[in-house]
Each structure stands twice: as C-alpha cells, then as structure tokens.
Design a protein around this ligand. Structure first.
Ligand code: NAP
Length: 491
C-alpha cells in the first residue's frame, strides 16, 4: 500500500508538515519517528536546566498559541507537553509510528513514489517524502583520545540519564555552547566540584526571564490579540539581532557592535575578576556562532568550587582529563556538552536517492550544499527536505517551519490544481536561489566579521555559512507564499 505521504520525524517540524497536509485535505500519511515518543528535541533533551532561550510567545506555532506558559521562557518539559497538546489537538498521533529507525529512501521511477526503508521492518511507500529530521539531532562525541576509556559516569547532554548521581561529585563539563550555558549553573548547584573545559567562549546576553504573572496568562487566554502583539514585539527584537546585526552586518555593523557591548557589559557586571573575564570573552564577532542568553551562567564561574579550564584537552584517562600542560583533573562524572554533528551526519540524516540514482548526501558534498528556498532539490521528485541548507530563518525554529508550511501549501495546491502526480524543482530555479543566498551572504558577519576562531556550526566543511537563510523572516514568508509555481516541473 502506498501512502500519500511519508514524513520522517515527529518533532515540531514533522508535526507542522503533518498539520499542513491535513489542511490540504491529505489524511493518508504516516510519520516515522526513531524515538519512542513525539516531540523531537524536546523529547530527547532532558538535561537539568533545559529551557527555551527564545521567548515562548515566539517559540511556538503562531496558529496554536499557548497562553499558559509558566515563564516568559518555558522550561523543557513544558515544551514536550505543548508538543503532546498539538499532536492531540490536530489528531496527529494516529499517524505516528515510534521506534522506527529510517535508514534511507529511494525514488521508484516506475511507480513514481518513494520507498522508505526502516530498520527491522517492512519498507513504507509514499507518494511524497518529507524529511523533518531536525538540525541538531545527531549527538557529537568529541574526538578526544581516550574518551571511551573513562571509568566513571559519562553523560552526553542529548542522552541524559536522570538517574545519574551528581550530588557531591567531582564533575567535568566539556563544551560551552548554548546547552552548557543552561546546564553549568545547575551542575554547580549539585556538584562538590565542577570543572568546565572551554575551547571557545560564547557570547552571552542577559535573559529577561521571569514567571508569567497569572494576570498576563489570563489576558492572553481571554484576548489572544494581546499575545499576538507580544509575539510581534519579541519577534521584531530577535529579527533586529539576527537579521540586521548578523545577516546585514555590512549595513548594520553598529548594531552588531552594540550587541557585543551588551554582552560584554553583562559579563563585566557579573564577573569582577579581570583575568576570568578575559578568558570568558570571545575573540570573534558577535553572531559568527549562535549567541545565547543567560543570567546565571557567568556567576557560576565565580563560585569557589567551579573552575574554568582553558588549557586544551590532551586526552581522557580512566580517572580524569589531562590538559596540554600535563595536569590531570580527576573527576567522577564526565559531561559531554559537545553538541551535534550537523554537516557530516545530518545533511541529510538518512540516505536519500532520487532520480537516476542521484544520492543527496554525495551530491551536496561533491557540489555545494543547496536547496531551493531551503526545501526542494532538483533530481528529487516529490521530496521536501525541511532540514536543509539555507533553510533556517530567524532565531526561532517556528519561523522556519511555518514558512515551510506556507511553501507546502502553495506547491501542493498547485500539484492538485494541475491534477499532477509529481513535482520537481527546476535546475535554473535552484541555481538562481543559490546565487541569491551566496550574494546576500556577502553582507553578513560570516563574510565580513572575524569568524575564523569561532568554530561555529553555522559553517560547513567547505567554510560556507550554509545553514541560515540570509533574509528577513518577512521575506521568507512572503516568498513561501508567492514563489513562481513554474519554478517546479509537474508531471
Ligand atoms: P554546540 O553549540 O555545538 O557546542 C558544543 C560545545 O562543545 C562547544 O563549546 C565546542 O567547542 C565543544 N566541543 C565540541 N567538541 C569538542 C572537543 N573535541 N574538545 C573540546 N570542546 C569541544 O552545541 P550545544 O551547546 O548543544 O548547542 C547546539 C545548539 O542547540 C545551540 O546553538 C542552539 O541552537 C541549540 N540549543 C538551544 C537551546 C534553547 O534554549 N533554545 C538550548 C540549548 C541548545 P568549540 O566551540 O570550540 O567547538
């Protein structure tokens, strides 16, 4: 049996795609998910301190606002609850199959459909294939000598073990990305001694977080327009940071320097020791790598039982970490806040083979990472890739997914209008889009700022900043609703 569509991934991306299919009257689809429940990032990540760092009025579907967020910045479990609510509300759960590790998908030219291979199960067939495998979904183990020899407890933040005993232990954290920024204050509260191994400091700006007053929740519930207004204001501020300060650096570098100054003032207010402050200060331009927001990250380093280690790691032994200066820090628990492998393991997250045996991963690597409007690729009929190069728009993932939902709406409505059975983006349209993003990126901090020392996952193995769509979110949404339908071929 062939379904109308197969979606891979039951996170917010896959659920958005599923909602869009339903809006288009397509109900015969399955969502294959490798985990044992829905929610993607918010199901998998359970480390202490997990929260959103984009205000919740913005970090949610605009068409499904939640007036009841407990804080301006909701905590991790609330996001999982929200995902469950959305799945129930839109009747998505009956489409979902959990524990399905998708190995790959191949276009069947004769049948004009996709065959999706699932480990240990029968293949699933679909007319459309939509991959919603996320950007940060393949945990990265650090390539440090001896990492597998450590005899104590090892925890990767994306595979957290809630039963792990941290209280009164000597704990080491490797990494100082957005995850570590949330986790370190929590570990500092519990560990007897905490050593943070930092390779590259991160820009941290204040987080204006507080409990959501009951009166505001009620107001949002009774007068939804007020929450929509709050979303607009918040999204506009994020847009200024991301689009103006980062993507339009040439025109707005003053704003970029302003953001850096805010972060530096934040650090100065929270850390008195100039030597410690210097070690926590990035030497690359603001925005080269994703900045983060926190009020309790810097203060953690001023506690007597917390050390910042900036000497590079030489190797890991069964009992601790040896740095390049030959010192060994002995620890009981080793926390790997080492992030995710985006460019080697994630684009694409599964093998995708299109028309004439064209392998998506191989093609991206042999040419350039590219996707028309961050969603479609020539040679891959009836395929939409939500986690694509140049697809991430703005700072909140919901901006990206809602733009992609609009694109699906326009494209699949056109397929239906023409009575076609397949679509495929045309080469020239794809090339024009790639040219457009390449040109616009010349104005960004990635081209004009000092990013060489940032070690940012925004950059791929060829040194291209090929993740973010270099446009305003208004442009993203306008294009998604108005791209020339003839950019696709229909058959
Ligand atoms: P990340 O930003 O990639 O950070 C990984 C950290 O591990 C970096 O500090 C990196 O150092 C370090 N590292 C990796 N390999 C290492 C090695 N071999 N030796 C020493 N250090 C090593 O990952 P993340 O912190 O998990 O965050 C990923 C993204 O998730 C964020 O940027 C954000 O988009 C998202 N996130 C969002 C939220 C939220 O609230 N919305 C919260 C957490 C995360 P280098 O920088 O030197 O490579």
């Amino acid at each position: 049996m062939t379904h109308q569509a197969v979606i891979v991934g039951a996170g917010f991306g896959g659920m958005g795609a599923a909602i869009q299919l339903k809006r288009l009257g397509i109900d015969d689809f399955v969502v294959l998910e490798r985990e044992d429940d829905l929610g993607g990032t918010w199901h998998v990540n359970r480390y202490p301190g997990l929260a959103v760092d984009i205000a919740s009025v913005t970090y949610s579907y605009s068409f499904e606002p939640n007036p009841w967020w407990s804080h301006w910045y909701a905590r991790g479990p609330e996001l999982k609850q929200y995902a469950v609510h959305v799945a129930d509300r839109y009747d998505l759960r009956r489409h979902m199959r959990f524990g399905q590790v998708v190995e790959g998908a191949t276009w069947d030219e004769a049948a004009q459909e996709w065959e999706v291979r699932v480990a240990g199960a029968e293949p699933v067939r679909g007319r459309y294939l939509i991959t919603a495998t996320g950007f940060l979904s393949q945990p990265r183990m650090p390539d440090i000598k001896g990492v597998h020899d450590f005899a104590g407890t090892v925890l990767h933040t994306a595979r957290w073990d809630e039963a792990a005993d941290l209280d009164g232990k000597r704990v080491a954290v490797i990494g100082t990305g957005a995850t570590a920024v949330q986790l370190i204050p929590e570990l500092a509260r519990r560990a007897a001694h905490l050593t943070v191994f930092q390779r590259t400091p991160i820009w941290v700006t204040p987080k204006m977080d507080r409990e959501m007053p009951r009166a505001v929740q009620r107001l949002f519930a009774r007068v939804p327009a007020t929450q929509r207004a709050a979303r607009k204001v918040n999204t506009s501020v994020l847009e200024l940071v991301m689009v103006a300060a980062v993507l339009h650096y040439r025109q707005w570098n003053l704003l970029n320097r302003g953001a850096a100054a805010i972060a530096k003032r934040h650090l100065a207010r929270q850390v008195a020791d100039p030597e410690l402050r210097a070690r926590l200060t990035p030497d690359y331009s603001f925005g080269c790598k994703r900045p983060t927001f926190s009020n309790d990250y810097y203060p953690a380093f001023t506690e007597p039982h917390v050390d910042l280690e900036t000497s590079s790691i030489q190797r890991i032994t069964p009992t601790g970490i040896v740095t390049a200066d030959g010192r060994e820090t002995e620890v009981d628990v080793l926390v790997l806040a080492t992030g995710f492998d985006m460019w080697d393991a994630n684009f694409p997250a599964i093998s995708v083979v299109g028309r004439g045996g064209k392998d998506l991963g191989a093609w991206w690597r042999a040419t350039r990472f590219q996707a028309y409007q961050g969603i479609a690729v020539p040679g891959f009929p009836n395929f939409l890739s939500l986690a694509s190069p140049y697809s991430y728009s703005g700072l909140s993932y919901f901006t990206t997914i809602e733009g992609q939902m609009k694109h699906m709406d326009r494209l699949l409505s056109e397929v239906a209008r023409r009575g076609a059975s397949s679509f495929e983006v045309r080469d020239p349209a794809n090339e024009e889009f790639l040219g457009w993003v390449t040109e616009r990126l010349e104005d960004s901090v990635f081209s004009l700022g000092q990013c060489a020392t940032a070690r940012s996952y925004y950059f791929n193995q060829h040194g291209e900043a090929a993740l973010l769509r270099p446009s305003s979110t208004i442009n993203t949404h306008r294009e998604a609703a108005s791209f020339p339908v003839d950019d696709y071929e229909y058959a």
